[in-house]
Design a protein around this ligand. Structure first.
Ligand code: ZN
Length: 80
């Protein structure tokens, strides 16, 4: 039986896949990224090669759909 957290993470990964397939959601400025999520605009900051997001899920679990999507988006579309 899957834990609640692993189900949540699975949903976050699915959402991240959707976001990263929609590049107009992202705006990148040096080490700051804003993502237009389904629940509002999130701001991510890159610190020591890791992305930090301002959403509640990130503050609890140190990952979220926005971080996953941003990493995928940058690897596909941007040269940083
Ligand atoms: Zn987030």
């Amino acid at each position: 039986m899957k834990s609640l957290l692993s189900n949540q993470l699975k949903r976050k990964r699915e959402k991240a896949k959707k976001y990263s397939s929609e590049p107009e959601r992202f705006s990148i400025k040096e080490n700051l990224v804003t993502v237009v999520s389904d629940h509002g605009i999130r701001t991510l900051q890159k610190i020591d090669e890791a992305w930090i997001c301002d959403c509640d899920f990130f503050s609890k679990y140190a990952t979220c759909s926005h971080v996953i999507a941003t990493v995928e988006h940058i690897s596909k579309h941007a040269q940083l």
